[in-house]
Design a protein around this ligand. Structure first.
Ligand code: ATP
Length: 734
């Protein structure tokens, strides 16, 4: 490592942009006088005196991008190629032209491209013209500081990264992805990806206002194949978010939070610069914000630094422009101690070690001879010792040099051991990774078999569910049939009940008729009595008839006798009279006989009706009762069956719900497993991609040999197509 402790001032470049459309409509120009490296502002306030500021260079609104680059940025990249750390950052009000200066409107447009793409071109131009014994390797990283969180802009999965400090690396961002590149085209692509991923928003002054500070870094390592020396230059390109006055913006919510965070970090940057330049402060508050912590080496540390202060020329932004100029003016006096990051190669160390060993051998011999002189106490030899003492001073000087060298050697040895240790660690990490990969593969297989088992389970569950559903549908059909039957039976019962009721009504009617005809049973018994009476009367009448017959017979006999006794005339009269009397009596008998017969018939009919209807009704009622009983039993059975069906249905529903739940949980499990598998696969793929891609493109050094001015660059650029980052970009974009 070089022991050079030369200090140099930070370079401050001031750049004014032209008025933008909004300013042209609403504002005049600030009154400024430009004179070489200084400018004088005549503030509008009548009490303010003219303010003069001097910078390393002032770019007016007419300055081209190429001019800005050649004048201000090119020297820095040239230093970086020499092995220095270099930083360029842009500070200024929002929309003052920071991004325009750093990146430019279009990185592929030779007129509008900013200093970053131009620096990259210079690097590759240098490589092309470098000695072909020099081997270059380039790596790139790109991150942003948004709301006090550091996020990777290329590998956007990497968020909230931590700042670390290391003896050899200095301040760095842990876990930030670093991409080895072999052509300017690859760097442009990474730059493009990162720029697209940057946090921007629209404000009154800028439609794409950066809401984060970004840091693009390029590390250039060179190994000389001849003398085996090596040097490392690191370039940091920082595009700060623009300061904005809260009152001017009316910002709220997230925009206000962003604004406050940006202003806070820029204030800390101002404070750090103040304390670095006031010559009094012993403590510099780098740790007060992540921005100042990241920039620690660039401000007052090991770096060649240039700051662009970008300004608006519009009168409406006068205050902001003055405060930006004050910031730049103060920063101008910061002193850095840049040194070449050069490491001794093994060959150099070996040569130096041989020299030291030779030196030691020589010194040992001298000590021996001195000891011998002292032992002999020889005057002549003592004189020689005096001479030797005189030469010792120069020897001491040599020893001091040697001590320095030994310290260097010790440091180098230490570094070598660290490197060996690191190498060992990397090897074991790679071994771990490999075993992890195998483990992951095994896990994948296990997961796959688990998934197939789960799938089988799901299939069997699905079929059992299907069976259950079929059973449920069968049961529901059966239930419907049974319900129809029950309904049918119920309607039959109703019909029977109706018939029964009708019969009842009929029977009642009949009863009533009977009652009406014969009164009630008493009437019936009365009629029987009447019949008996009639019978008796009939018998009586029969008896009377018999008596009459006997009387008639007797009269006939008497008549015959009278006839025999009387004369013919008298006998006929008496005969006619007797005949008429006989006829009347015969008619009466016939009438009585008819009446008797009809009474008897009626009686028989009533008795028949009564006996017949009563029995039929009884039978019918009994039948109905039986049917009713049967139906009630059947109804009860049906109800029980329906209940059991309902219970079964409930059970089935519960079972189905359980099954659904089980299926759901199985599906979830499956999903989780699939997700796990996906993650595992993604990890495995990532690991695989990392391993393979590292080996091909971006994680392992891609040595680029110096072209020796042979103009190999165009063919080299062609050889990298198709570009892996196009694929990578499409993979990582959200
Ligand atoms: N020197 C210039 N010449 C021409 N146009 C410019 C110049 N500087 C800036 N602009 C234009 O002004 C607009 C704002 O510029 P830019 O985005 O670079 O501002 P910024 O300082 O980065 O803003 P913010 O802090 O809000 O991100 C852009 O459209 C840009 O092209």
């Amino acid at each position: 490592m070089s022991k050079s402790t030369q200090t140099s001032n930070i370079k401050v470049l001031c750049r004014f942009r032209p008025l933008n459309t909004y300013e042209r409509q609403s504002s005049e120009l600030i009154k400024i006088e430009f004179k070489n490296d200084s400018l004088t502002i005549f503030p509008t306030s009548e009490y303010s005196n003219p303010l003069t500021f001097t910078f390393d260079y002032i770019f007016t609104s007419e300055s081209t991008q190429q001019h800005v680059y050649t004048q201000a940025a090119k020297p820095i990249i040239e230093d970086v190629i020499q092995g220095f750390n270099g930083t360029i950052f842009a500070y200024g009000q929002t929309a003052s032209g920071k991004t325009h200066t750093m990146t430019g409107h279009d990185i592929y447009d030779p007129y509008t491209m900013g200093i970053i793409p131009r620096m990259i071109t210079t690097v590759f131009d240098t490589i092309e013209s470098a000695d072909d014994n020099i081997e270059f390797s380039l790596k790139v990283s790109y991150c942003e500081l948004y709301l006090e969180k550091i996020n990777d802009l290329i590998d956007i999965q990497k968020k909230n990264l931590k700042i670390r400090q290391d003896k050899t690396k200095g301040i760095y961002i842990a876990d930030l992805s670093e991409h080895y590149v072999s052509s300017d085209f690859e760097i442009y692509e990474l730059l493009k990806i990162g720029t697209e991923n940057r946090q921007v928003s629209c404000n009154k002054m800028n439609t794409r206002s950066s809401r984060s500070h970004t840091m693009f870094s390029l590390t250039i390592t060179q190994n000389n194949a001849l003398d085996l020396s090596a040097k490392v230059g690191r370039l940091y390109l920082v595009d700060l978010a623009g300061s904005e006055r809260v009152v001017k913006t009316n910002a709220e919510g997230l925009r206000l939070k962003e604004l406050k965070t940006i202003n806070k970090s820029l204030n800390t940057l101002g404070l750090v610069i103040n304390q670095l330049t006031d010559g009094k402060s012993s403590h510099i508050p780098y740790r007060d914000s992540k921005l100042t912590r990241i920039l620690q080496d660039s401000l007052g540390g090991n770096s060649k630094t240039a700051i662009f202060v970008t300004c608006s020329p519009a009168l409406i932004n006068e205050q902001e422009t003055i405060s930006t100029l004050r910031f730049g003016y103060r920063a101008k006096s910061i002193r850095n101690t840049p040194k070449v990051n050069r490491e001794l190669t093994m060959a150099e160390l070996k040569i130096k070690l041989a020299k030291v060993e030779e030196e030691l051998r020589r010194k040992a011999m001298k000590i021996n001879s001195l000891e011998m002189v002292l032992n002999k106490n020889d005057v002549v030899e003592c004189e020689k010792v005096v001479i030797t003492e005189q030469t010792e001073e120069s020897e001491d000087l040599k020893i001091t040099e040697t001590d320095d060298f030994l310290a260097d050697l010790e440091e180098a040895r230490f570094k070598l051991s660290v490197l060996v240790e690191d190498n060992f660690k990397y090897k074991s990490t790679s071994k771990d990774l490999k075993s992890n990969l195998t483990q992951l593969n095994d896990d994948n297989l296990n997961q796959a078999s688990l998934i197939s088992v789960l799938e089988m389970k799901i299939i069997s569950l699905e079929s059992s569910i299907y069976n259950k559903i079929e059973l449920a549908s069968k049961l529901s059909i059966e239930k419907e049939t049974l319900s129809a039957k029950v309904e049918e039976l119920q309607s039959k019962i109703l019909d029977l009940e109706q018939t029964y009721n009708e019969k009842l009504v009929e029977s009642e009617k009949l009863d009533f008729q009977i009652k009406m005809q014969y009164g009630d049973n008493e009437i019936l018994s009365e009629s029987t009595d009447l019949i008996d009476q009639l019978k008796a009367k009939l018998i009586n009448e029969q008896q009377k008839y018999k008596k009459n017959q006997a009387e008639v017979l007797n009269l006939q006999i008497r008549l015959n006798q009278a006839l025999q006794d009387m004369t013919k005339g008298r006998q006929n009269e008496e005969k006619d009279l007797l005949n008429r009397e006989l006829k009347a009596r015969n008619d009466k008998i016939l009438y009585l006989e008819n009446e008797l017969e009809s009474i008897i018939d009626n009686h028989r009919g009533v008795v028949a009706i009564l006996t017949e209807d009563e029995e039929t009704l009884k039978i019918k009622i009994e039948n109905l009762q039986e049917i009713l009983n049967d139906l009630t039993i059947m109804h009860k059975q049906l109800l029980t069956k329906q209940n059991s069906i309902n219970i079964e249905k409930q059970l089935n529903i519960r079972k189905i719900t359980k099954l659904n739940y089980k299926i759901g949980s199985l599906e979830n499990e499956l999903k989780e497993k699939k997700q796990e598998l996906d993650i595992a696969e993604a990890e495995a793929n990532k690991l695989f991609t990392d391993i393979t891609s590292q080996s091909i493109y971006n994680r392992i050094k891609v040595p680029i040999k110096g072209g020796g001015g042979k103009g190999l660059r165009s063919s080299m650029a062609k050889s990298i197509l198709p570009n892996p980052y196009r694929v990578y970009a499409s993979m990582i974009k959200p």
